[in-house]
Design a protein around this ligand. Sequence first.
Ligand SMILES: C[S@@+](CC[C@H](N)C(=O)[O-])C[C@H]1O[C@@H](n2cnc3c(N)ncnc32)[C@H](O)[C@@H]1O
Length: 204
Amino acid sequence: MSISKWCFAQWYDVLNSIVEPKVIPYRHLTAGKSHGKTLEVGGGTGANLPYFETTSSLTIVEPDVHMTNKLSKRVNNFNKDISIVKSFGEKLPFDDNIFDSVVTTLVLCMVNDVEKVILEIYRVLKPGGKFFFYEHTVAGSFSGKLLQQLLDPIWIITTTGCHLKRDILATVKSAPFTKLEYDIFNLNVGIPITIPNIVGSGTK
Ligand SMILES: C[S@@+](CC[C@H](N)C(=O)[O-])C[C@H]1O[C@@H](n2cnc3c(N)ncnc32)[C@H](O)[C@@H]1O
C-alpha cells in the first residue's frame, strides 16, 4: 500500500492537471470563501493553497506522508500563517469550537468514515462557523450508478482509496448544520462521461 500511496502522491498533480481547469471555480467557492481561522481537512499536495485569500491562519490536516512531503514544499511559496498537522479527519486533534471555517475538496470520497469526519468538522467549528465542501458524489441516474458500480473496484485500487459512489450529500445533511446550501451538477471534463459533483456550505 505504501508504494501505491507514493505513486499516487507523485502523480496526483499530473493527473489532477487534466481536470484542474474545470475544478478551479469550485476551489474559489470553497477555499476562496473561507475566512478567519481556517482548517482544511485532507490538503493533499496543496491544490487549494492559492485560493485561501481571506483566511487569517490556515491549518491543514493530511494523514499521508507522501502527500505531506509535497505539501510542505508548496507551503513555503506562500507568505501566510500555515501549519500542517499529520492526522485523520475522523479524529481531529483540536478543541471544540475553534475554527471559523473548515474546507474539504475531493476528500470525503477517500476518508474511512464520512460520518465521523463530518461530525468532527462540526465539533471543531465555532458556533456560526462554516463548512465549505466540494466533492464528487453518487450519480443520480440509473446508468450513472451502474457505471460507478462497475468502475468502483478498480478506481479504489488505482487511486489508493477513492470511492465513486458515496452519497456525500446525504451524510452532510444528516449532520446538524443550519443554512445548508448546495449545488449538484455534472462536471464535464471533455470526455463522454460526466462526473456528478456537489459544492456547498453549512453553518454550525
Ligand atoms: C484526492 S486528494 C484531494 C487533495 C486536495 N484536497 C485537492 O483538492 O486536491 C484526497 C486527500 O485526502 C487525504 N485523506 C485520505 N483519508 C483521509 C482521512 N481519513 N482524513 C483526512 N484526509 C484524508 C489523502 O491523503 C489525500 O491527500
